[in-house]
Design a protein around this ligand. Structure first.
Ligand SMILES: Cc1cc2nc3c(=O)[nH]c(=O)nc-3n(C[C@H](O)[C@H](O)[C@H](O)COP(=O)(O)OP(=O)(O)OC[C@H]3O[C@@H](n4cnc5c(N)ncnc54)[C@H](O)[C@@H]3O)c2cc1C
Ligand SMILES: *[C@@H]1O[C@H](CO)[C@@H](O)[C@H](O)[C@H]1NC(C)=O
Ligand SMILES: *[C@@H]1O[C@H](CO)[C@@H](O)[C@H](O)[C@H]1NC(C)=O
Length: 563
């Protein structure tokens, strides 16, 4: 439980121009109520970006964060093997004070290094004084008479703000499927998104449920430590080789002068990684050239094979098949066990290549191939029931386990937003509103929610892009909107429902000719039963997205504006 003492009006520093008075009032219970210009919820990459950029505007900013530290996903996902799959230098904030004084040690940094990075960010930007930790928001309501949001936390904090900026994460609210009998299991049970950092699997028989990005990372580490590991796979990931390597301080010092250019190029790219992309399709080149390019991209490692290949892989089933077959031939060579090969890299692709998040790996397939690691295919025999000490599958097999690890992902995109008591101006919870389907305007705001903005939320490039790049593009737009409101004396803006319909139509149009709609995944919210699946993403990339949003600012297109 949080300590109520944390609700203090910490010194407000030199960010003094404050529009709402910036005072603190005690409520009937003696808790102080915070009054600020901008209230940010969440302190991961997105919340930090918002705090920093609104401060620069001279506004008084406060932040509620449910965790006990900065970092968001990197604060919570402390499972063994947690690692970034965006390459240095792109997975960091484009804030010169911060990047000038920081070096990473690996091309793809691990979770603990990311945590140290966030401590560095905090120190450099003096963030802590404006963040209230262990403050889980459970109630947000708009007051039309005073034009303020009132926000309350489970721990009893309260704040009022003119602008509400929600940075609660795409992958925060963990998802546990309704497995039969799970409540009966009384061994060690963990969800990867809420890991107990102290737990060791040495000498244990471990079940890992899931083979998505997290399942891959966990299997790669746990499979080396546990006595016996069984991986339950519903659908294999198409992992690409990470080609991890150490980075020296010198090479980063040499590259650092180019960071501004690289970050800028990231913003002007599709996925946030500047890259050269062939301007032609798979079959417009000779078979020999094709193989040469694919081999070269494979050697580069990381996401190169997925991002820098031919431009029709995600549109043309035949081009997609070439990519899959190339991938599968590489992977099959690393799996000696024919049964394992059949599950992890089957002859026929179980779904189109690149339509589900592609994890990076270093020795995932070698670990899977170990005799003390077995793979169970849930497509041929689903779970029948969990028992007190094990799992029975539909083929009648009973396996006993000391530990079950659920790498079953998140109630992605909407989970955070629909579990925070966020109510529209008429008092309806977003949870109920979005049962009929998600609606946003620009992926940044919602009709019925005046002066409220979101970052890294549905209907934006999010999951298909490098997190920080997408977040910075979005938050800069939000900051510019608020700045424009202040300059023009606008007191209240609200998205129009018709503008939301147009936005949805435009993003659905983008995905229409691609192969994405054929694959159910968390990318389209189809991983949670009962949740209305649909396209959650702006697939045309960051550069187009930013231009599309900015085009609406001039003349406030799609907004109702009150002076
Ligand atoms: C294991 C893992 C690895 C990833 N690796 C990559 C990668 O390599 N590259 C990449 O581009 N992306 C990656 N991602 C995606 C990741 O979501 C983004 O990169 C980025 O971290 C998102 O930052 P955020 O601030 O938007 O959200 P988050 O980091 O999720 O932060 C949201 C914060 O909001 C807080 N919050 C939520 N609800 C409430 C509430 N009601 N009250 C108060 N606080 C609340 C949470 O506690 C959390 O701290 C990864 C995600 C995961 C889970
Ligand atoms: C942070 O605070 C320290 C002293 O408390 C100060 O020297 C420093 O300039 C501040 N940094 C920023 C970015 O405000
Ligand atoms: C599991 O098998 C691998 C490969 O055979 C071996 O190196 C490792 O020591 C084994 N692990 C345990 C804990 O027995």
């Amino acid at each position: 439980m949080a300590d109520m003492e944390t609700v203090t009006m910490a010194d407000d520093g030199d960010f003094s121009k404050d529009l709402t008075g910036g005072t603190s009032m005690a409520d009937a219970y003696g808790h102080s109520s915070i009054l600020c210009d901008v209230l940010v919820i969440g302190a991961g990459f997105c919340g930090i970006t918002a705090i920093h950029r609104f401060r620069k505007l001279g506004m008084k900013v406060k932040c509620f964060e449910s965790g006990s530290g900065f970092g968001g996903v990197w604060h919570f996902n402390t499972y063994p093997g947690a690692r970034v799959d965006s390459e240095v230098p792109f997975y960091q904030l484009n804030i010169p004070e911060v990047w000038q004084s920081w070096t990473f040690s690996e091309r793809f940094p691990g979770g603990p290094e990311l945590q140290r990075y966030f401590e560095h960010v905090d120190k450099t930007l003096n963030l802590s004084k404006d963040v209230i930790f262990e403050a889980r928001v459970v109630d947000c309501s708009w007051g039309e008479s005073e034009l303020l949001w009132t926000v309350k936390t489970r721990q009893g904090h309260q704040a009022q703000a003119k602008y509400l900026v929600i940075c609660t994460g795409l992958l925060h609210y963990t998802f546990t499927p309704d497995f039969p009998g799970l409540e009966r299991y009384n061994g060690e049970l963990y969800h990867a998104g809420a890991w107990d950092g102290q737990y060791s699997v040495k000498g244990k028989r471990v079940a890992i449920v899931g083979a998505g990005s997290t399942g891959v990372q966990i299997t790669q580490e746990i499979g080396k430590q546990a006595d016996q590991t069984t991986v339950f796979v519903r659908r294999p990931s198409y992992c690409l080789p990470m080609h991890q390597r150490q980075l020296t301080v010198e090479e980063q010092s040499q590259l650092r002068p180019y960071y501004p250019a690289l970050f800028k190029a990231g913003r002007q790219s599709h996925a946030g990684f500047p890259s050269e992309r062939p301007q032609h399709g798979m079959f417009e080149t000779s078979a020999k050239e094709r193989t040469q390019l694919l081999e070269r991209l494979w050697e580069v490692g990381g996401a190169a094979f997925a991002l820098n290949g031919y431009n029709d892989v995600i549109f043309d089933p035949n081009a997609n098949k070439v990519a899959y077959d190339f991938w599968a031939s590489k992977v099959r060579r690393r799996l000696k066990d024919p049964e394992k090969r059949k599950i992890m890299a089957p002859d026929k692709a179980p779904y189109y290549f690149g339509t589900k998040r592609i994890p990076l790996e270093y020795d995932y397939y070698e670990v899977l191939d170990q005799p003390n690691v077995s793979i169970h295919d849930l497509r041929s025999a689903p779970f029948k029931t969990f028992l007190e000490d094990g799992i029975v599958t539909a083929d009648g097999k009973l396996r006993t386990f000391d530990t079950v690890i659920l790498a079953t992902g998140f109630d992605s995109h909407t989970g955070s937003l629909t579990h925070m008591g966020l109510r529209n101006k008429d008092g309806t919870d977003l949870k109920d509103e979005w049962k009929e389907g998600v609606h946003t305007y620009l992926g940044l705001t919602i009709s019925g929610y005046p002066n409220m903005f979101m970052g890294f939320a549905p209907q934006a490039p999010t999951a298909l892009s490098n997190g920080p790049t997408c977040i910075e593009a979005q938050i800069e737009i939000v900051v510019d909107m608020v700045h424009k409101m202040e300059l023009e004396g606008v007191r209240r803006i609200e998205a129009q429902p018709t503008a939301e319909e147009e936005w949805k139509a435009s993003i659905d149009e983008m995905v229409k000719d691609t192969l994405f709609p054929f694959t159910n995944s968390w990318w389209n919210a189809a991983n949670v039963p009962g949740k209305k699946a649909g396209n959650m993403l702006y697939v045309a990339g960051i550069e187009h997205y930013e231009a599309a949003c900015r085009a609406k600012l001039d003349g406030w297109k799609g907004f109702d504006v009150h002076h």
